[in-house]
Design a binder for this molecule. Structure first.
Ligand SMILES: [Zn+2]
Length: 215
């Protein structure tokens, strides 16, 4: 195995035993949650669980030992709209990272845009040899709106999927208010007709509309 940056693998982080594990039951053959009746977690480069579990499908109780590689933290440069944030992501060392595929985040998901391994850009690599991952948030983006309320203009924002279309002349539902879109600012241009995706929109300009009936 690869020596880590500390030159030793002798440090230990105490961990709590999980409350349940997904396992294949030896009695009924079902793969599913097993409640942990008692157990402990130990290990340095591997997380070793030793304990007694109960199958949620048939109720069989047995002693198990499971092992999985201890997760590592990989540097992640995450961009969202026009900002980039440097952080780390926890991964299993054998997990393969691939450009243009998704990686799960604690609060959503992202698409990998570049990988650096051994000082070079690569298309894919195992997490253990990855020096940095660049990724772009793929879940939701905020779209800013300027809404004319009759005698004043207020700022609003709405969460949308990056590829969600906003169309001049359409109505955007903000919950309490509905807004008729007049213009859409995209980059240095202002659209007075047509549409743009949430990802490319700088600001939507519109006017609040009254609903004739409430549903
Ligand atoms: Zn079972």
């Amino acid at each position: 195995m690869r020596a880590n940056d500390f030159g030793t693998v002798a440090f230990r982080v105490p961990m709590a035993a999980p409350s349940a594990l997904v396992l294949k039951c030896e009695a009924c053959g079902e793969e599913g949650p097993h409640r942990v009746l008692r157990g402990k977690v130990a290990g340095t480069d591997e997380i070793v669980f030793e304990g007694v579990v109960k199958c949620s499908a048939c109720g069989a109780v047995r002693a198990v030992t499971t092992r999985e590689p201890r997760p590592i933290r990989v540097p992640l440069i995450l961009s969202w709209m026009d900002r980039s944030v440097r952080q780390t992501i926890e991964m299993s060392p054998d997990e393969v990272v691939v450009v243009s595929e998704e990686i799960p985040l604690a609060d959503g998901r992202a698409i990998v845009t570049a990988i650096e391994s051994k000082g070079k850009r690569v298309q894919q690599a195992k997490a253990r040899v990855v020096e940095a991952i660049w990724a772009k948030r793929a879940d939701k983006v905020w779209v800013a709106l300027s809404v004319n309320m009759g005698n004043r203009t207020v700022a609003r924002k709405v969460l949308a999927a990056p590829d969600e279309e906003f169309v001049v002349g359409d109505i955007v539902d903000l919950g309490r208010e509905r807004v008729l879109v007049h213009r859409i600012r995209v980059g240095h241009r202002t659209l007075r007709e047509g549409s743009a995706t949430a990802e490319e929109i700088v600001r939507v300009y519109g006017r609040v509309v009254r609903e004739r009936t409430s549903r």
